[in-house]
Design a protein around this ligand. Structure first.
Ligand SMILES: NC(=O)c1ccc[n+]([C@@H]2O[C@H](COP(=O)([O-])OP(=O)(O)OC[C@H]3O[C@@H](n4cnc5c(N)ncnc54)[C@H](O)[C@@H]3O)[C@@H](O)[C@H]2O)c1
Ligand SMILES: O=P(O)(O)OC[C@H](O)CO
Length: 351
């Protein structure tokens, strides 16, 4: 990435891809207003469906996700992923984590070798137990220095409404993180930088798992003591895992750790919390899956992060309960009994 004009492709016109592309377009307008000589930033959003792409281009709206909400008029959309990728200095990925590997393999032949690749995703791959940045490095055969992650308390609808929010842009190459921070900073979206990819990604994947548990508690009509306990012990569990994988402990008390955990576990907008809430209220797993149209990453990632915990000797009781509820028919009532009857221990233990 140089100082010339910058072309950015956002791949995935779902909830977060649409809103993040809009953030970048708003950020570009702000940069141009502040300095008319600043390099131009062009952002294009790839979506699978022509009808959605046409409506974004013609009416500046994504009616499937945010009907009636106006997007930046400079934001363009396309169904041609290969062209969008081929022209991009920065490629931003916003598809479900579990399908990313196949998507990337298809896009790889078109992707420029010097392009920076940014993940907006919050999941860990089933089977390989790889974080998203690891999948990107493996499939694209590139160093982690070219890969960045954006994460934080970022419920898409609130940011679509241009409510103030913050996030972390993490990249092992600090200069790249700072360049991306400038490209993504708008009047209402304030990114901080970090070099801790592991901590930021584990924070993002784990908060979805804990939000499932908090949602179950909500569905069972438990109130704030229960939810605060799950959030706090969930953060302890998240931090133990992240540190065991090499993260900086402080990252987990920051925006991509505690910040996102609190936002997701508190918000009825969260797909993961809502998924858990329905299960806790008595719907069967099949019924909840059938009602869930958008990506609830924690359902599949719970298995991957539990596997990571086992592989590194990390105790993850909340995650284990979530996995058993999501994949092994444990009822919420049984999960509660199992969780509360464990042996007692000091508040701080393990890694
Ligand atoms: N929505 C949010 O508030 C939010 C905020 C921060 C991060 N995230 C993360 O962003 C990622 C994407 O989430 P989202 O909210 O945009 O999900 P979404 O379900 O709203 O959208 C996913 C998009 O990917 C497309 N898609 C689905 N399967 C695909 C496949 N096999 N190949 C190609 N495209 C496919 C869908 O058509 C859709 O456009 C997730 O990892 C999520 O955790 C979401
Ligand atoms: O709707 P969720 O549960 O995927 O959460 C959305 C964002 O990740 C919150 O930061």
């Amino acid at each position: 990435m140089g100082t010339d004009n910058v072309r950015i492709a956002v791949l995935g016109a779902g909830s977060w891809g649409t809103v993040f592309a809009n953030v970048i377009a708003d950020a570009a307008d702000l940069a141009r207003d502040e300095d008319p000589a600043a390099p131009a930033v062009d952002v294009v959003l790839w979506g699978r469906r022509a009808s959605v792409v046409d409506t974004i281009n013609d009416e500046h709206e994504n009616p499937d996700y945010f009907p009636g909400m106006k997007l930046n008029p400079h934001l363009r959309a396309t169904t041609d992923a290969d062209k969008a990728v081929a022209e991009a200095d920065v490629v931003v990925l916003a598809v479900p984590s579990q399908s990313l590997r196949d998507n990337l393999a298809a896009w790889k032949p078109h992707l420029r070798e010097d392009a920076v690749v940014v993940s907006l995703m919050k999941g860990v791959e089933l089977g390989t137990r790889m974080r998203v940045s690891e999948i990107i490095s493996e499939v694209l055969e590139c160093s982690s220095e070219r890969v960045a992650v954006v994460s934080g308390p970022n419920l898409a609808r609130e940011i679509a409404e241009r409510q103030p929010a913050t996030a972390v842009v993490a990249c092992p190459h600090e200069e790249t993180a700072v360049r991306l921070q400038k490209l993504f900073k708008s009047a209402y979206f304030r990114p901080y930088t970090s070099t801790d990819l592991v901590g930021v990604e584990i924070g993002g994947a784990m908060k979805n798992v804990i939000a499932l548990a908090v949602g179950v508690a909500e569905g069972m009509s438990f109130k704030d003591n229960t939810k605060a306990s799950l959030i706090t012990r969930g953060l302890a569990e998240t931090t133990r895992l992240a540190v065991a994988l090499g993260a900086d402990e402080h990252t987990l008390s920051g925006l991509a750790g505690m910040g996102d955990l609190v936002a997701t576990c508190s918000s009825p907008l969260s797909r993961n919390r809502t998924f858990g809430e329905k299960l806790g209220a008595g719907l069967t797993l099949d019924e909840v899956v059938a009602q869930t149209k958008q990506t609830a990453e924690g359902v599949k990632s719970s298995e991957s992060v539990l596997g990571l915990g086992w592989a590194h000797g990390v105790d993850m009781p909340i995650t284990e309960s979530v996995v058993r509820m999501m994949h092994h028919d444990l009822s919420p009532a049984e999960a509660l009994v199992g969780f509360m009857s464990r042996s007692t221990k000091p508040e701080r233990y393990g890694v």
